[in-house]
Design a protein around this ligand. Structure first.
Ligand code: AHR
Length: 502
């Protein structure tokens, strides 16, 4: 089959927001302990953080990193994690049925994030706590000096404020599993009060209110409306969370997961714009898609197995999803969906970063390596520059049980006018067919294909393991060529491709 893409510099969506390449580190399983932090590791720095992991996180090209949860944050006391390590309390983490040692807290994480050139996005606990604790952690983190909590931070070894701009008002408060979960009205009031209080301290903060933890939640839609009716003037973002996995072996629908993401985003935009219209507001609400990934929840949700009241393991192996070549193709396609919505989705976090449903895996005292999903993220983050362009796509269709007919080929492009470069990200979702794509890129004024990389494996279930860390890596796509402004490239079935043009 053949597909055709038309690109034009006028097909603009919005500027590429670097924050779309965010990620997420939760105190969960081995994300922090034995993940980013392992004081006894041969590469550990003076703070106990693994340098090999720092290198990989830098290579991944992440921007904003959400911390410290996740479900964890809804029972977290931030002050447990600051001050002298030897006097930090050990606590029960009810969300993940684990013991939290508090060896790593806000000050350490803020130091780590500097090492990876990231921006800290901090979530406050609105599960078991409220306005005062949110104000306290804000004062501790952001006030330069001269108050009880800012001076405490300085005494704890962080003379400079952490200057955190983005704050999440709780996590997944629509989920019955969440500590402190209540109705939309209850959460909306608490979020509004907390947002106003935080902005009384600093009106320039960027605040994220909790949307739904998935489009399949029974309260989806109503939750967004209720929460935004109460908080519209006091927040900047509403969150979206979504995880994708194959159901009943239906790989065609799984490969088309971006259709579901597109619809989810469009629905949340509709809910937000409804509230905007009713309020006759000039303000546009943005979306923070601050948890997204492939996650085989039916396989990797091991916390359900720890139920004994006397069993509270420390940094257990939880949610350590091993990723396949197909999963990487889906992750690449989800990034295409996020970029296509760059006018409204201006922040996003791949959930998560290390060990827990993550692009990076570590072994204690051992290596750190790239999962298959590392590559589409790293390459998109590196190449997406300038303005997002929505190409006109003419593709053969494929049939899916979940979404009906969907285009086999999906794509998005970015264009850096000043640099004279462009990037095209493409996915072939067919399980069987190779597709040749011709891309009319003439109006962009590009003349050469600087690079073409394709992620594909004849065995789409293959992944990168401790024993075979580079089994699935992107390869140069030798079919890519350009003639008179028209690029042609051949996409194997179940593949993700990035083209760099200049
Ligand atoms: O990312 C894993 C978990 O998924 C998070 O803690 C929670 O917010 C979501 O349900």
């Amino acid at each position: 089959p053949q597909a055709r893409l038309t690109l034009d510099p006028h097909f603009t969506v919005a500027p590429v927001s670097r924050r779309v390449f965010g990620s997420f580190v939760e105190h969960l399983g081995r994300a922090v302990y034995d993940g980013i932090y392992e004081p006894g590791h041969r590469t550990a720095n003076e703070d106990g953080f693994r340098r090999d992991v720092i290198e990989l996180v830098r290579e991944l090209g992440v921007s904003t990193i959400r911390y410290p949860g996740g479900n964890f944050v809804s029972g977290y006391r931030w002050e447990d994690g600051v001050g002298p390590r030897e006097s930090r309390p050990r606590r029960l983490d009810l969300a993940w049925h684990s013991t939290e040692t508090n060896e790593v807290g806000l000050d350490e994480f803020a130091r780590w994030i500097k090492e990876v050139d990231g921006e800290l996005m901090y979530a406050v606990n609105l599960g078991t706590r409220g306005v005062q604790e949110a104000l306290d952690v804000l004062e501790y983190a952001n006030i330069p000096s001269g108050t009880a909590l800012s001076d405490q931070r300085i005494a704890n070894g962080s003379p400079e404020p952490h200057a955190i701009r983005m704050w999440c008002l709780g996590n997944e408060m629509d989920g019955p599993w969440q500590l402190g979960h209540g109705t939309a009205e209850e959460y909306a009031r608490l979020a509004a009060k907390t947002a106003r209080a935080m902005r009384q301290l600093d009106p320039t903060l960027e605040l994220v209110v909790c949307g739904s933890s998935g489009a399949g939640m029974p309260t989806f839609g109503d939750w967004e409306r209720t929460v935004l009716e109460e908080t519209y003037d006091d927040v900047d973002f509403i969150s979206c969370h979504a995880y994708y996995e194959p159901h009943d072996g239906d790989m065609a629908s799984f490969l088309a997961s971006a259709v579901s993401m597109d619809r989810f985003i469009d629905s949340v935009v509709a809910s937000a714009d409804h509230v905007k219209a009713v309020r006759r507001s000039d303000k546009t609400m943005y979306l923070s898609f601050d948890e997204w990934n492939v996650w085989y929840q039916s396989v990797y949700n091991d916390v359900e197995k720890i139920t004994d009241a006397s069993e509270w393991p420390q940094a257990p192996r939880l949610l350590e999803n091993a990723y396949s070549a197909m999963d990487a193709v889906v992750v690449g396609s989800l990034l295409i969906s996020l970029l296509r919505h760059a006018d409204r989705v201006t922040a996003a976090s791949l959930a998560q970063l290390v060990n827990v449903i993550a692009p990076i895996t570590t072994e204690p005292q051992g290596p750190a390596w790239r999962q298959t999903t590392f590559y589409p993220f790293a390459i998109t983050s590196r190449l997406a520059r300038g303005t997002v362009l929505d190409p006109k796509i003419d593709s053969p269709a494929m049939v899916t049980d979940a979404y009906g007919d969907v285009p086999m080929v999906d794509a998005v492009a970015t264009h850096d006018d000043a640099a004279g470069t462009a990037a095209v990200f493409l996915v072939n979702r067919s399980l069987t067919d190779t597709v040749t794509v011709s891309i009319d890129a003439g109006p962009l004024g590009v003349e050469s294909v600087r690079s073409a990389q394709t992620l594909h494996d004849d065995d789409y279930s293959a992944g990168n393991t401790l024993q075979d860390q580079d089994r699935v890596v992107p390869e140069p796509n030798k079919s890519a060529r350009i003639e008179n402004g028209t690029v042609t490239v051949t996409l194997p079935p179940v593949s993700w491709t990035a083209l760099e043009l200049q």
